[in-house]
Write a protein that binds this ligand. Structure first.
Ligand SMILES: [Zn+2]
Length: 290
């Protein structure tokens, strides 16, 4: 497994999901999460009836410098899992080691996919994740990453789930880009199914999280729903370790198809990655506030 062999793509496809699409960007970064809800400072205790962000964007605010009411996510813990790792190709033995994900045994991780020009899924997911961390922290959340560099190996999918559990995350998200046939495009969200295991108790919450992120992602990136997986960009699976082993609300997002030329071009654009991060933050926030 030197350089992201084709076989890795297949594996990745099975494991993760993608991010993609073609988006045309929708909302400007500034309008991010309407979140300015001051009222929301005590996010946790006030489920608040105020309208969720999407609907009231710019009303009060915005691009100013963080107003006191900008900390809408104070007290919330979010775990972000940037799919794969840039060094995975260097250690096939470690990466291919089989781990138990309750419904099956599968490799500890994979190399992930890449665009035709060589921009890797690991680099993409890590960059989007770092951007997402900044946005969420600016809104008051406590954020943890499952890996903090893109030149290492792992962690295994089992560990990625364990990190979210240990943090007692209010929400967790694993970020990916898919490696499908070039004509396929669009993004999709993957949510857990009941497996008669520990994840069962968060299947409902994960589904709500998935729908909120789906809605915000479509709106914020302009990318279409996947043309090849799921229904309305929603897919439910019981074979992903990162979901099966989670005891906190968790989803995967496949931001699009890195093998699709239009989506690959978008993913390689830092401005578009910022748009993706902002959309994800808005989706997470909507879930965390309601
Ligand atoms: Zn992936």
């Amino acid at each position: 497994m030197r350089a992201l062999p084709a076989s890795a793509l297949v594996v990745c496809g099975l494991i993760a999901s993608a991010c993609g699409g073609t988006g045309t960007g929708g909302a400007a970064a500034g309008q991010a999460a309407p979140a300015t809800s001051a009222e929301q400072t005590a996010a946790e205790q006030t489920p608040s009836e105020q309208t969720p962000s999407e609907q009231t964007p710019a009303k009060r605010t915005s691009a100013k410098q963080s107003p006191p009411d900008a900390k809408a996510l104070e007290g919330k813990v979010v775990v972000i899992d940037p799919g794969h790792n840039g060094g995975n190709y260097r250690d096939p033995a470690a990466v291919n080691r089989k781990v138990n994900v309750l419904t099956k045994w599968k490799p500890c991780d994979t190399t992930g996919t890449q665009t035709n020009s060589g921009y890797t899924e690991a680099a993409f997911s890590f960059d989007v994740s770092k951007r997402l961390v900044k946005i969420l922290e600016s809104r008051g959340a406590t954020v943890k990453l499952t890996r903090t560099s893109n030149d290492g190996v792992g962690p295994c999918i089992t560990q990625r789930a364990a990190i979210g559990n240990k943090a007692r995350a209010d929400a967790a998200i694993s970020i990916h880009g898919d490696g499908a046939a070039p004509a396929n495009h669009g993004f999709h969200v993957i949510m857990p199914k009941k497996i008669n295991g520990p994840v069962d108790k968060v299947v409902g919450a994960s589904s709500r999280l998935g729908i909120d992120v789906r809605n915000a992602f479509a709106k914020g990136t302009g990318l279409p729903y996947s043309t090849y997986i799921g229904r309305n960009a929603l897919d439910y699976r019981n074979d992903l370790g990162g979901l099966n082993l989670s005891t906190v609300p968790k989803i995967f997002i496949e931001c699009g198809n890195m093998r699709n030329a239009a989506e690959a071009a978008k993913f390689q654009d830092p401005g578009f990655r910022q748009k993706i991060a902002l959309a994800l933050a808005n989706g997470l926030q909507h879930y965390l506030e309601t």
